[in-house]
Design a protein around this ligand. Structure first.
Ligand SMILES: [Zn+2]
Length: 416
């Protein structure tokens, strides 16, 4: 009887051991991160429309302040802690960047994604940069497209709720636009403030700039444009990236190009190329090329030694090789949602254009997450080995217990 009791206790012990192992394994599997959300063109489009509804977002205006407050409120609703980086310049008393941080495993290696929330209106060419009181713009293309898309990316990343390898900063710059021919200073002041004041000297940064995209692949060239002499099938999405070949634009402006900068440029260009090929983006219409013109916030990053790229769709008076019809509505009263819809051939096309750019950034974030997951894959593999070890241990235990029970059972038989 006492021996039967021993048998029973042994089996209970074995059962609880098995149960514990299985329970642990299920828990380990469910802790692996999963992407359940992806940025959507329609959400970015809605954000873009909201941005334009604040009015003319020129620096130092109520419209500018209201729009950045809205961005901050949205970010807070996604669960971010919002950093408001205020700054002043000769032309701006109340300028402010909106910045959020997603902490990565690397504190000193940042990926910064930026768009600018301000807008400007000048007189149409050939007069360059003349501002006047009735000249206003809703800045739909420049740069509610970038701001709205970045907000959608922020929403998605919050949903992912994972720790990337790099520390990611998402930034909505104020005062990107030059204030016109009467201005005492240039543009790019928000990103300049960030680069000069907000990046510790021991931190390395890769910068991704979103300024004017949506009118790009897979948006087809409208027939009306083709009739005016355009012989392209689609608008191009450019990624103007830290140069691999031609640094002259930056060298002419005082940059001393180091080997590290050259190496980082090669890495970034090849990453972007690989990423686009992974997304099956046609190389004719989604192109990674040397930046040789500056002209947006990525300029400040490159001038300070960081690798950067600028995602940009159809543009104005900045013809690239092969372009025959790049005519953006930027800096004009006509830069409106209506113009975007007309040029793209409808809202869904604008959404598709936005999607292309967001896919690039989100994939980069996913790859950065995957490098962390790779680590946790190692952990999972280790856990798997642990699991194998557990199975061996269980089998061993089972064998020992069975033998032990058999011995007891035989002894019992002999005794009684
Ligand atoms: Zn812009």
């Amino acid at each position: 009887m006492r021996n039967r009791m021993t048998l029973f206790i042994l089996f209970i012990f074995l059962l609880s051991f098995l149960q514990g192992s299985i329970g642990n394994q299920i828990q380990n599997e469910s802790s692996a991160p999963e992407v359940t959300d992806w940025p959507e063109g329609s959400n970015a489009y809605d954000n873009l429309v909201t941005m334009t509804q604040f009015g003319y977002r020129k620096i130092d205006t109520t419209a500018n302040e209201n729009s950045r407050n809205w961005i901050a409120t949205q970010l807070e609703s996604y669960g971010y802690q919002v950093e408001r980086q205020s700054f002043t310049t000769d032309e701006c008393d109340n300028c402010q960047n909106i910045v959020v941080t997603i902490n990565g495993t690397l504190e000193k290696d940042w990926i910064v994604v930026g768009a600018h929330h301000d807008a400007i209106c000048y007189s149409p060419p050939p007069l360059i940069g003349i501002t006047y009181p009735t000249c206003t713009s809703s800045g739909a293309y420049d740069d509610a497209t970038g701001s709205g898309a970045l907000l959608e990316l922020a929403r998605t990343f919050a949903q992912w709720n994972i720790t990337p390898e790099h520390t990611w900063k998402l930034a909505w710059w104020d005062y990107e636009e030059w204030q016109g021919s009467g201005s005492s200073e240039g543009g790019g002041m928000g990103s300049l403030h960030f680069v000069e004041q907000q990046i510790p000297s021991d931190v390395n940064v890769t910068y991704l700039n979103l300024d004017m995209f949506a009118l790009n692949w897979p948006v087809e060239m409208p027939t009306a444009m083709q009739l005016t002499g355009c012989d392209e099938d689609y608008w191009t999405l450019y990624m103007f990236t830290s140069p691999v070949e031609d640094w002259s634009y930056y060298e002419d402006r005082g940059l001393e190009v180091t080997e590290e900068m050259e190496a980082n440029a090669v890495v970034l260009q090849s990453q972007l190329t690989e990423l686009n090929s992974n997304l099956s983006h046609p190389t004719d219409w989604v192109r990674v090329i040397d930046d040789t013109k500056g002209n947006s916030d990525h300029y400040n990053f490159i001038m300070n030694g960081y690798a950067a790229t600028w995602l940009r769709g159809q543009h104005q008076y900045a013809y690239e090789e092969g372009d025959t019809c790049e005519q953006t509505p930027k800096h004009a009263q006509s830069d409106s949602v209506t113009t975007l819809n007309t040029m793209a051939g409808g809202r869904t096309n604008v959404e598709s254009g936005l999607q292309t750019g967001m896919d690039v950034i989100a994939t980069m974030a996913l790859w950065d997450r995957n490098s962390t997951v790779d680590n946790s894959d190692e952990v999972i593999i280790a856990q798997g080995e642990e699991g194998v070890t557990s199975v061996i241990a269980i089998l061993g235990m089972l064998t020992i217990t069975t033998v032990f029970c058999l011995v007891i059972w035989r002894q019992e038989k002999e005794i009684f």
